[in-house]
Design a protein around this ligand. Structure first.
Ligand code: FMN
Length: 220
């Protein structure tokens, strides 16, 4: 591995910031509802937000004790369903639910319950996928069907015995679906005037604000 990284011994003075120790580092990422296949063939829904995308890949951080991670690693097929901001109450309706039975003790302690029927509990509607077995969530305007390529533990000194241990899942997107009303007619472009992701910002739900401008690579 890498040798010890040398740190600056005397930080420079900084009147513009104060040093803080936040309990979470969630500055703002989209909420994604991962659908995955349970052993009995039903579909589980796992709300999550530790996600990024590059080219045809998506990378997810999922806690080791979640049913979604277990299903994704076993079945290697998932769907990433992206809710719009108005759907946040349905997301929150299953926030305390897990497909794991028994509920892992560290989750039980903070009020999680076994929830085998996430579609019913949330009010979301199941929709068959085109190329993978887990169902999609019909209400979500953008859906990525994906196949899991690799799953690994975080590097460094993250203690595996911590109940919040997690794994990093890399998946390849094999099919993208969008509601027609957020697609610019006759193109493959999402109309950003019509689509907003639901964002998870320091454990609060947000929509996005106004369009501030575009990067030089934007095609529309
Ligand atoms: C908005 C939101 C974001 C979340 N983000 C993550 C995440 O990025 N990774 C993760 O493992 N769990 C995340 N969780 C917690 C999971 O939803 C939780 O572990 C749940 O039990 C997963 O369901 P499952 O056990 O049926 O897979 C998030 C929950 C909510 C409500």
């Amino acid at each position: 591995m890498f040798p010890c990284i040398e740190r600056i011994a005397e930080p420079p003075p900084d009147d513009a910031h104060i040093e803080i120790a936040p309990t979470v580092l969630y500055v703002g990422t989209p909420v994604v509802l991962i659908t995955s296949l349970n052993l009995d063939g039903t579909t589980n829904i796992s709300p999550m937000s530790s996600v990024w995308m590059l080219f045809d890949r998506v990378v997810l951080g999922m806690t080791s004790t979640s049913k979604g991670r277990e299903n994704a690693v076993r079945n290697r097929q998932i769907v990433l369903n992206f809710p719009s901001p108005d759907l946040w109450p349905k997301v929150e309706a299953i926030a305390r639910g897990t497909g794991c039975n028994p509920v892992p003790p560290h989750k039980e302690k903070i009020g999680y319950k076994f929830e085998p029927e996430k579609f019913e509990a949330s009010g979301f509607t199941p929709q068959a996928s085109a190329v993978v077995r887990p169902q999609r969530i019909a209400e979500c305007p953008i859906q990525f069907e994906a196949e899991v390529i690799v799953c690994h533990d975080p590097g460094g000194d993250w203690p595996k015995e911590r109940p919040e241990a997690f794994q990093i899942i890399e998946a390849r997107v094999v099919r993208v679906h969008a509601h027609p009303d957020i697609v610019i007619p006759g193109t493959n472009h999402i109309d950003t005037a019509k689509w907003q992701p639901l964002l998870y910002v320091f454990r609060h739900y947000f929509g996005t604000g106004f369009d501030l401008g575009r990067t030089f690579k934007s095609e529309i």
